[in-house]
Design a protein around this ligand. Structure first.
Ligand code: B12
Length: 604
């Protein structure tokens, strides 16, 4: 079913074992350096600190920080620690949000644009940051899985970090204008070797929600991908892996069950349980309810079956923009106080139900792992070569792996063609949301849209795919002819496909704080191809203004309209526009937008 010749069309691939040896050899010069966290806690590694906390029955806490400017990030590193301590609680570790442009090597980074995260000039900046307070540095963004995997791992180690990742991002994140996934994989294998060869324990981190977990319909496949990554890091690389999950785990029972499944399937300690960020869809006040709901589950999970995962209180501005320092402090104090309350709640929770679901997830996960490894080997992939296993999984992708090897019984009518052993909530929620939108479309509007025969090219500027998936699940039943340009698409590639397919309209989803820069580049690319099609854009329409002193993104809706795009707050806006375009369908068929490549049908 899988064929290595098709997965790897390259005449030859680098030898993963040789790359591993090369990475291990780098450990002679690059080792874990000192930092206040290791010194003040008297530990050689964060894993040691976590085991100590597990033994003491203490729950550890994770906060995610990282602002464009190093100065503000250093201030955050100090102030959050001080303010949370003043309130009588602890923040044990910081997840450092490096900017996506840090995925490029320093030599490549130049004019490659910026997102909303922290940009570092070199190892000295890493050391400066982690020197601000006795809080463990966790480098889990834009390190492993990118062209700069080795140089960023070297800098993180030198700055005293003993939890470095994020293998999950390797499988799904793509750097704009970088197509060399063999090179990216080679650098990642070297970085894995460098971590595995350290004289102290370094946790190689993987956030599965950044990876395949956002795409699987079955939580058993999520656990199966955990076991596959563990095979690579622990059996092939000789390192130690720690997992994070949480963004997409909205249902308390399966969220708790997945923590227990990890307790069975992987040696503790894990890194963190991330907040259920997709549930943040309300106002700041409303988001406190989402925070309390998932955090209580995570605290009870650590109380009743410690796995060393830090809990992570996500600030309530999550669905607006990157949170500011005081918002992070409020969330951490909220978490500290909730831990005090949680003790009384544990008795009320039937963890046995979660354990029963965990057993199903683990059994299904092991089946998935075994089937994938057998399938890859049968297809000619060397499953003992870390480069080949990683690259094959990345290229085949979550959807195809689940369709081929999922543990669920075949069910052609279901997403991925299988009945999930334990359904993943994300896809179920998206299906329900699409059905709600569709149900609200009046029949005459449906008829009008269907009559246009309009062809829409749909794409995202980054890894965020749920908005696009939702749109697809609404537009296809309305009879819209969809051209899928995929995720993390570069403006030139999008314009080329739009021209080739003679589309009538582009639907663009963007989230990483690049909305305006991307639309301006796309407009230029479309103009060079003589294509004038409406560009509808939705998602998070913001960007950090050049020279900003707040490092916080601002709304760019007005600028997008001035740039000639059509900003859309939601799916309804697009349906309304398509419905109006349909209104013009009275024009004779000859006028159908397809055939006239220059002006693509009625203006929205
Ligand atoms: C899920 C999520 C992820 C997942 C994505 C999984 C996936 N495969 O899709 C993961 C964990 C991988 C992820 C990664 C990152 N994320 Co994220 N993510 C989110 C989160 C929690 C939800 C977004 C989402 O999908 N919502 C579900 C959709 C269906 O709902 P919606 O967005 O409201 O969409 C509606 C409309 O916008 C509309 N719509 C959307 N697109 C379009 C397009 C058109 C044409 C139209 C008409 C309508 C439309 O349709 C929907 C219904 O109306 C948001 C925070 C939040 N709660 O919103 C952060 C968020 C978007 N992420 C953010 C960031 C920074 C990142 C990272 C860079 C973090 C990092 N350092 O690694 C990376 C991205 C890296 C990369 N390579 O691109 C930031 C963006 C900051 C900003 N712009 O101000 C946010 C806001 C979180 C935060 N507060 O920091 N993320």
């Amino acid at each position: 079913m899988l064929d290595a010749n098709r997965i790897f069309p390259e005449p030859e691939l680098p030898d993963g074992r040789a790359l591993l040896a090369e990475g291990r050899a780098l450990a002679r010069d690059w080792q874990v350096g000192p930092c206040p966290f290791l010194t003040e806690h008297g530990v050689a590694s964060e894993a040691e600190h976590k085991r100590r906390a597990m033994a003491d029955g203490r729950i550890t806490h994770h906060a995610q920080i990282g602002y464009r400017e190093l100065e503000k990030s250093c201030r955050a590193y100090r102030e959050i620690h001080a303010a949370v301590a003043a309130a009588g609680f602890d923040v044990d570790r910081y997840g450092i949000c490096l900017d996506w442009s840090m995925g490029y090597t320093a030599a490549m980074r130049g004019e490659m644009g910026r997102g909303t995260g922290l940009v570092m000039r070199g190892p000295e900046d890493f050391v400066t940051l982690t020197g601000q307070a006795p809080v463990a540095p966790h480098f889990g963004d834009f390190v492993m899985g990118f062209p700069a995997a080795v140089e960023n791992t070297q800098a993180a180690l030198a700055a005293g970090a003993t939890a470095i990742g994020n293998l999950g991002q390797y499988f799904t994140f793509r750097m704009p204008h970088v197509d060399d996934d063999v090179g990216t994989t080679a650098e990642t294998v070297k970085a894995l070797g460098l971590c595995a060869a350290q004289p102290v324990e370094v946790i190689i981190h993987s956030n599965i929600d950044d990876g395949f977990a956002a795409h699987f319909a079955d939580l058993a496949c999520c656990l199966g991908s955990v076991l596959l990554e563990r095979h690579v890091v622990e059996s092939l690389v000789g390192g130690r892996i720690g997992f994070c999950f949480g963004h997409h785990f909205s249902e308390p029972l399966t969220r708790l069950a997945f923590q227990r499944a990890l307790a069975i399937a992987v040696e503790p300690p894990g890194t963190m349980v991330y907040g259920n960020t997709v549930a943040y869809r309300s106002t700041q006040g409303g988001n406190f309810a989402s925070l309390a709901s998932y955090l209580l589950v995570d605290v009870i999970g650590q109380r009743t079956r410690p796995t060393g995962h830090a809990v992570n209180a996500v600030p309530v501005t999550e669905n607006e923009r990157i949170p500011d320092i005081d918002e992070v402090i409020d969330a951490q104090v909220f978490a500290g106080r909730l831990c005090e309350h949680a003790g009384d709640w544990s008795a009320l929770v039937d963890v046995e139900r979660a354990d029963a679901v965990a057993a199903e997830i683990v059994a299904g996960g092991r089946t998935f792992r075994d089937r994938v490894l057998t399938g890859l080997a049968a297809g000619g992939v060397d499953v003992d070569d870390p480069l080949q296993v990683l690259l094959a999984m990345r290229r085949v992708g979550a959807k195809r792996l689940e369709e081929l090897y999922g543990p669920g019984a075949p069910a052609p009518e279901r997403p991925r063609g299988r009945a999930p052993v334990v359904p993943a909530t994300t896809l179920v929620e998206l299906e329900r949301s699409a059905a709600r939108y569709l149900g609200a479309v009046p029949t005459p509007v449906r008829a009008r849209i269907a009559s246009t025969g309009i062809r829409v090219c749909i794409a995202t500027t980054d890894v965020h795919e749920h908005g696009k998936t939702l749109l697809e699940q609404v537009l296809a039943p309305l009879g819209v002819d969809l051209v899928d340009a995929g995720t993390s698409v570069d403006p030139d590639d999008l314009a080329t496909l739009a021209a080739e397919k003679r589309v009538d309209l582009i639907a663009l989803s963007t989230y990483n704080g690049v909305a305006l820069r991307y639309v301006e580049a796309l407009k230029r690319e479309l103009a060079t191809r003589g294509l004038e099609v409406p560009v509808l854009v939705g998602g998070r329409l913001n960007q950090i203004p050049d020279g900003s002193n707040s490092s916080l993104p601002v709304d760019v809706t007005a600028e997008l309209a001035r740039a000639g795009a059509v900003p859309c707050t939601g799916v309804e806006a697009m349906i309304e526009i398509l419905g109006r375009m349909g209104g013009d369908a009275a024009e004779p068929a000859a006028a159908s937008p397809h055939h006239d490549t220059t002006s693509a049908g009625p203006a929205p």
